[in-house]
Design a protein around this ligand. Sequence first.
Ligand SMILES: [Zn+2]
Ligand SMILES: [Zn+2]
Length: 222
Amino acid sequence: MAVQGAYALEKAIGHDTEHIQQDVSSYTGANEHVSSGETMKALVWQGKQKVEVVDVPKPKIIEDRDVILKVTGTTVCGSDLHLLHGDVVQMKKGDILGHEFCGVVESVGKGVKGVKVGGRYVASFQIACGECFFCKQKLSSQCEMTNSNTMTKAMYGGRTAGIFGYSHLTGGFAGGQAEYVRVPLGDVNLLAIPDDVPDEKGIPLSPFPLFPFSIFFAVHLN
Ligand SMILES: [Zn+2]
Ligand SMILES: [Zn+2]
């Protein structure tokens, strides 16, 4: 199966260590140490053509710049169908899906600046470092620091940023079709939603790369 073959290949090529030390696609099994010990509901990938809402461990802060977001709005995107159909390699049973979401901040790591507990935020679907060559040019979907998967580079000659809920090829990060989600580098990847903008108008900001562009849209929604 292509999904497993891709795993074996990546294992052979190696797995880089980048900006985010712990990419976590679920909070179960070997990753249990990254769970808060409580449980939550999440939509997980169970294999080709099969997803399920199940009880899974709830995430906790594991790195200083993590934010734990209580999800109040998320999407089922057309791109999720590629995962459902098994067209994207390196999906793993139990991976939490969802790459567009917004919510209320439950807790922040001690290195997070400018994100308030209790505030409403929309997450960027790609995880950017905000500091690398590409991020500085506002090309954050090409961030070189947040996706430690070496397969992408071997296949395409370059990398994409890490992406929430979108296979281990894009870093293996648990997504937002869940009650809670861990947002790594939360100070870079969350945008405050004004009080008078409802979730359904805030979430469409998720696919827009990094903040200057997103803020432009936020202003217009306002
Ligand atoms: Zn999408
Ligand atoms: Zn970057």
